[in-house]
Design a protein around this ligand. Sequence first.
Ligand code: PHE
Length: 346
Amino acid sequence: MNDLDPLVTEARAEFAAALTPADLENAKARFIGKSGRVTELLKGLAALTPEEKKARGAAINQIKQQVEGALNARRSELAEAELQEQLKAEALDVTLPGRRRGEGGLHPVSLSIERIEAIFGSMGFDVADGPEIETDWFNFTALNTPADHPARSMHDTFYVEGGHLLRTHTSPMQVRYAVQHVKRHAERETRGERVPEIRVIAPGRTYRVDSDATHSPMFHQCEGLWIGENVSFADLKSVLGDFFAAFFETNDLNIRFRPSFFPFTEPSAEVDIAFASGPLKGRWLEVGGAGQVHPNVVRNFGLDAERYIGFAFGLGPDRLTMLRYGVNDLRLFFDGDVRFLSQFKV
Ligand code: PHE
């Protein structure tokens, strides 16, 4: 049946040209659909004699089967192609390294404060924490700095509503801690017994209206207080000397007390250190303030100023961190740049 053969060839070609299942279904309709060419041929059988019908019918059916075969073959080809496409798109390379969870680390100043706490802890100092929003009493008045005292202008204070302020130093913690301490031991006092020594540090955030390469409106301080019956400036010097040696891991440094003034200590001093070697060799660097606690402040602790005496100091953990790591701009600590901060990850 040579006149029918080209039909199969044509159908194969059209099926092959169909690139999507929808195209293929359209091509199918053109050959074996309701009015497709093969279907039309079958309809034409009606006009033939019974013998002709038999022979012609068999030939057309054969053609139809071939067309159907070609259609099914192309269908599975397209399905396979679609599957491959999908597999390719959803390919998962199991040999790629996994995504790791971002790992944080402590801030360099936090690392310093941890060191400070550990070192003073080993010398028998308690660690205390207190409010950053303070009252005028604890921040100034109780520290021998009454409202009209010119020393108040040493601090550019952030005042907040309700007569409160952001503490300008950690010194209010001297009073807060000492008052609690004295309360805890009130019975001993009334029996005339000795109140146990106060030995505490209080690290934390402090605030002043100040901002440049070495000053930030928020900065850190670490208060220290040691009160007893016989605590002297010599003890202060040895405590701070031991602390700096441990903090900087060197005995190669000198410590100097430079006369100064604070209303709550008398005498008062600025504390300077100088390294005997290294990049900062020989330069005096201010790292804090200190002094013998003023009798008025001892009285505000609730203690007999004739009996109890001692010293207080305030260190700058930000400054200590800069010196320890060789950082020259304080603002780097508070910009929150991960490229800077991640260098301190331990
Ligand atoms: N509070 C003082 C300041 O911020 C430092 C200081 C603390 C001085 C304790 C003496 C004693 O400047």
